[in-house]
Design a protein around this ligand. Structure first.
Ligand code: NAD
Ligand code: ZN
Length: 365
């Protein structure tokens, strides 16, 4: 098949490209080499068998060439970064929402050959995950207000009876309730594509990724990817900086499984939203310690005991919808070995302090 991967030079997109080429498909990439992600220009992982168009999803007139003969679109291009989106509001909305609108607008108004769209959604759009209250049953609590984070109290309580809540796996049916700009743009991106698909009879899949880790995640972009961020800190002899008490958890899913799940969902006759996470919750502290051990450095993380607006406490996937289709994970447990091995040959510029200062200047920390 003839397939377009927007953002196909990025971390996740490039793995999708490789998986598709391995299966014999023709792949075209549209990517603008966003400097924050690609400081060194064209990445060495760019697949030489793909056709590459360097260009911006927002650029007027780009879509006729990009979509020529294309049957499936994987829309991965986006600005990615929760904290940064809180102050680069215009850029995040422009690339993620307007960029998606440009694609859909072209499809709505021109002849095309697109038969399926897969759009990258994000678990961050859920806001907090799903929880259980011992008195009230399942609860969808709102994100913790700034005033609570300022009190340095991290736990969630039931909005009805105030009991302490415990996390349970989050299914696709949980309402999307984030107040971070990045997460909102991801929600609009996926909802626009899903609604477009229903209107025009094109199957659309939103692949709602949890926290993706693995080789090729930029080690010099301080705005996204906690595993890459910590690897960069440790490689530079610096302690990973941990918000809250470090016991907040995330569902870390290997990028190879993300790519495999994308291609799996392309091949299945399905549409709608699919969580792509392992269903396992790992604490941030645990991740930092495991990375230090694997990299062979004796550096303790620094726990800041400070909250960051937009962060959630617990969210891990209920992935039964994906598993029930027959998908199996190659990495069902956290396996940082491939990330660590790859990172040894890659230059990592630690820009963490710069990113934190940008937040501090705006009163966000
Ligand atoms: N990494 C994660 O943990 C995670 C989790 C949930 C969702 N996602 C989503 O997955 C997708 C891929 O993320 P990633 O982690 O690979 O990030 P990434 O930054 O490595 O890749 C994004 C790619 O998009 C390109 N891009 C950015 N702006 C563009 C524009 N205006 N026009 C064309 N190309 C542009 C970048 O150059 C980059 O190559 C994104 O949509 C992201 O929101 C990622
Ligand atoms: Zn309750």
């Amino acid at each position: 098949m003839k397939i377009l991967v927007t953002g196909g030079l990025g971390f996740i997109g490039s793995h999708i490209v490789d998986e598709l080429i391995k299966k014999g498909h023709f792949v075209r990439i549209l990517d603008n080499l966003e400097p924050q992600v690609h400081a060194g220009g064209l990445p060495s992982h760019a697949n030489p068998e793909a056709e590459i168009i360097i260009g911006d999803v927002r650029k007027p007139g780009i879509w006729p060439k990009v979509l020529e003969d294309i049957e499936v679109v994987f829309h991965q291009a986006a600005m990615v970064g929760m904290g940064q989106s809180q102050y680069l509001v215009d850029k995040y909305v422009d690339v993620n929402v307007t960029g998606t609108a440009k694609l859909l607008d072209y499809l709505a108004n021109h002849d095309h050959s697109v038969k399926k769209i897969l759009v990258a959604g994000s678990m961050s759009s859920y806001g907090e995950g799903l929880y259980k209250c011992e008195n009230c049953g399942l609860v969808e609590p709102p994100m913790r207000p700034k005033s609570q984070l300022e009190r340095r109290y991290w736990h969630l309580h039931c909005p009805s009876c105030n009991s302490l809540l415990s996390p349970v796996p989050t299914p696709e049916t949980k309402s999307l309730d984030s107040n971070a700009i990045y997460s909102l743009t991801k929600k609009y991106q996926e909802e626009m594509c899903l609604s477009f698909g229903k209107t025009y009879g094109i199957p659309v899949v939103s692949t709602r990724y949890f926290n993706v880790y693995g080789p090729r995640q930029s080690l010099s972009n301080p705005y996204t990817g906690v595993a890459a961020l910590f690897t960069s800190r440790l490689k530079n002899g610096n302690p990973p900086l941990i918000f809250e008490d470090g016991l907040q958890t995330r569902d870390f899913v290997h990028v190879e499984d993300i790519a495999r799940a994308n291609v799996f969902l392309m091949e299945k006759n399905v549409s709608g939203v699919f969580n792509i996470g392992t269903g396992k919750a790992i604490s941030i502290l645990d991740l930092a310690n495991k990375l230090a051990e694997s990299l062979g450095v004796n550096i303790e993380p620094r726990v800041l005991n400070q909250g960051r607006p937009g962060d959630v406490r617990y969210c891990y996937a209920d992935n039964s919808k994906l598993l029930n289709l027959g998908f199996t994970f190659k990495y069902p447990e956290l396996d940082i070995q491939t990330l660590v091995e790859w990172s040894k040959g890659v230059k990592a510029i630690d820009n963490t302090e710069k990113a934190l200062n940008e937040m501090k200047q705006r009163g966000l920390l």
